[in-house]
Design a protein around this ligand. Structure first.
Ligand code: ARG
Length: 463
C-alpha cells in the first residue's frame, strides 16, 4: 500500500478502503501522458528558477528513463501503488533520492489527472478522426465506381423509388463527414491546459502556465482553476460524438445484414469477415456487422454514466470524477476497433449489382415517374396518381412490372399514354432525371462527389 499522503493519519488505511479507492488498475493507461506532463511541469519550474538547473535536468533525465523502462516492459506498473501518479513519483524518488521529492512542487493530483485525461482524450479524438477519414475515402471510392448502379431506394423498408448505389453510399458519407467535423470541433474546444490549476485555487509559486501549455501543444492555459480541475465536458462531448458514430455504424450494419441475407443478396460479405455455424454447415453469418450493432449500447451507456456522475458534483474536484476513466476508455476502444473492423468489412464486400438492378425494376419503383409522365401529358396529378394505382393493381394480379404492359393495355387506363412512356419510365431515366443537387442522377452525383473529394483531400492534409 504505497501512497503519497499519510502524515496526518494515525492509522493504516483499511485494506478494502485502499482497494476501493485505488485507480492504478485502470489509470496506468495514462503513464505516458503523466510522465510527459511531469516533464513539461519540471521544465517550467526550471525556467522559473523554482528548481535549479541541475535538479531540473536530473528529474527530466530520470523521468525519461522511467518512461523508456515502462515502454520496454523493464518496469512493471503494479497494484502496490494507489494510482499512476504515485507510481511515477515513487519510482522517481527511488532512483533519484531527495531531488525526486521536488517534482510535485506547485502541483496537485487534481490538475495532474485533469491534464493526463485531457492529453489522452485529445490523442484519441485525433485517432477517431483519422479512422473516420479512412472510412470516408473507401465510401467515396465506392460512390465513384457506382454512379450508374441502379438499386431500389426504400421507405418503411418497402421499395419506393430507384436510386443508385453511389447515392445510397453518399448518405453515409454525409453522416461520417459530420462525425469527422464533430471531432475537429471537440479538439478545438478542449485544447487548453489545466495544469497549474493546483488543487482548486492555483498556487503561490510563480508558475508560467502559458509556457507549460505551449510545451504540451495546447493553445493556452484554462482560465479558471476551479473549472480547470473539475471540467470533464470534453469527455462528455467526445462520448456523445462517439455515440453518434456508433449510431451511424449500427444503421449501416443493419442494412448490410439485410442486404447480405439470402432473400436480398445485394452484397456478399467476404469470407474473411464472416463466421460459420457449429451445427449448420451451410451458414455464413454477418457476425462483425452484428457485433458493431450490438456494441453501440455500451458506448451510449458510457455517455449516460458520465453525464450522471457529473450532474451532482459541487465545485471543485471530488473523487466521483475518478469514475470518468473506465467506461470512457472502454467506449473509445470499442468505437475505434469498430471503425477499423467495419472499414475492413466494407472495403472487401462484394456488391451484387445485378441483383440490385433486378430488384429495382421489380418493385414498381417507377410508379411516381409514370404518374409524372401523365402530368406532363396534361393529366392533373391526383388523377394521374389514381390511374397509376389502378395499373399497379392489375400488374400485381398478373405478376408484371408497369413496363411489361403493352401501349394498348396502358391506353385502356388513360389515352394520354404514348410510345415514349417506356423510355420515360425506364430505371435509367427515372434515376438520371433526378438532377437537383443531392438527388441520385449521375450528373448531380458527379458534382457532389467532386465537392466531397475536394473536402476530404483538404481534411486529410490539414491534420
Ligand atoms: N485517481 C484520481 C482520479 O482519477 C486522481 C486524483 C486524486 N486526487 C485526489 N485529491 N484524491 O481522479
Amino acid at each position: 500500500m504505497a501512497q503519497l499522503w499519510g502524515g496526518r493519519f494515525t492509522k493504516e488505511t483499511d485494506r478494502l478502503v485502499y482497494d476501493f479507492n485505488a485507480s492504478i488498475s485502470f489509470d496506468q493507461k495514462l503513464y505516458q501522458q503523466d510522465i510527459r506532463g511531469s516533464i513539461a511541469h519540471v521544465t517550467m519550474l526550471g525556467k522559473q528558477k523554482i528548481l535549479t538547473e541541475k535538479e531540473t535536468e536530473d528529474i527530466i533525465r530520470v523521468l525519461n528513463e522511467i518512461l523508456a523502462d515502462v515502454e520496454s516492459g523493464k518496469l512493471e506498473v503494479t497494484s502496490e501503488y494507489e494510482d499512476i501518479h504515485s507510481f511515477v513519483e515513487a519510482n522517481l524518488i527511488g532512483r533519484l533520492g531527495d531531488t525526486g521529492k521536488k517534482l510535485h512542487t506547485g502541483r496537485s493530483r487534481n490538475d495532474q489527472v485533469a491534464l493526463d485525461m485531457r492529453m489522452y482524450v485529445r490523442e484519441e479524438v485525433v485517432k477517431s478522426n483519422t479512422l473516420l477519414k479512412e472510412l470516408l475515402e473507401t465510401i467515396l471510392t465506392i460512390m465513384e465506381d457506382n454512379l450508374h448502379t441502379v438499386m431500389p431506394g426504400f421507405t418503411h423498408l418497402q421499395k419506393a423509388q430507384p436510386i443508385t448505389l453511389a447515392h445510397h453510399m453518399g448518405a453515409y458519407f454525409e453522416m461520417f463527414k459530420r462525425d469527422s467535423l464533430r471531432m475537429e470541433d471537440i479538439y478545438r474546444r478542449m485544447n487548453y491546459c489545466p495544469l497549474g490549476s493546483g488543487a482548486l485555487a492555483g498556487t503561490t509559486y510563480p508558475l508560467d502556465r502559458e509556457y507549460t501549455a505551449e510545451l504540451l501543444g495546447f493553445y493556452g492555459p484554462t482560465l479558471n482553476s476551479m473549472d480547470g480541475v473539475s471540467d470533464r465536458d470534453y469527455c462528455i462531448e467526445y462520448l456523445a460524438a462517439l455515440s453518434t458514430v456508433m449510431m451511424h455504424l449500427s444503421r449501416f450494419c443493419e442494412e448490410i445484414i439485410i442486404w447480405n441475407s439470402n432473400e436480398y443478396r445485394f452484397v456478399e460479405i467476404d469470407d474473411a469477415y464472416s463466421t460459420g455455424s457449429s451445427i449448420m454447415p451451410q451458414k455464413k453469418n454477418p457476425d462483425i456487422a452484428e457485433l458493431v450493432r450490438g456494441k453501440t449500447g455500451r458506448v451510449y451507456g458510457a455517455l449516460m454514466s458520465l453525464l450522471t456522475t457529473m450532474k451532482g458534483i459541487p465545485l471543485a474536484y471530488n473523487k466521483d470524477m475518478q469514475e470518468d476513466k473506465e467506461l470512457t476508455f472502454d467506449a473509445i476502444d470499442t468505437v475505434n476497433h469498430s471503425l477499423v473492423l467495419f472499414h475492413g468489412m466494407l472495403a472487401t464486400m462484394k456488391f451484387c449489382t445485378e441483383n440490385m438492378e433486378r430488384s429495382a425494376s421489380g418493385g414498381f419503383t417507377n410508379a411516381t415517374d409514370a404518374a409524372d409522365y401523365l402530368v406532363n401529358h396534361g393529366v392533373p396529378f391526383r388523377d394521374a396518381h389514381g390511374i397509376i394505382g389502378r395499373i399497379v393493381l392489375k400488374c400485381i394480379e398478373e405478376n408484371k412490372a408497369i413496363d411489361d404492359l403493352t401501349l394498348t393495355e396502358l391506353q385502356e387506363f388513360s389515352p394520354a399514354f404514348e410510345q415514349d412512356v417506356f423510355e420515360a419510365i425506364s430505371m435509367e431515366t427515372c434515376v438520371n432525371k433526378r438532377l437537383t443537387i443531392g438527388a441520385p442522377g449521375a450528373e448531380a452525383m458527379k458534382t457532389v462527389i467532386e465537392k466531397e473529394r475536394e473536402w476530404l483531400e483538404k481534411a486529410v492534409t490539414e491534420k
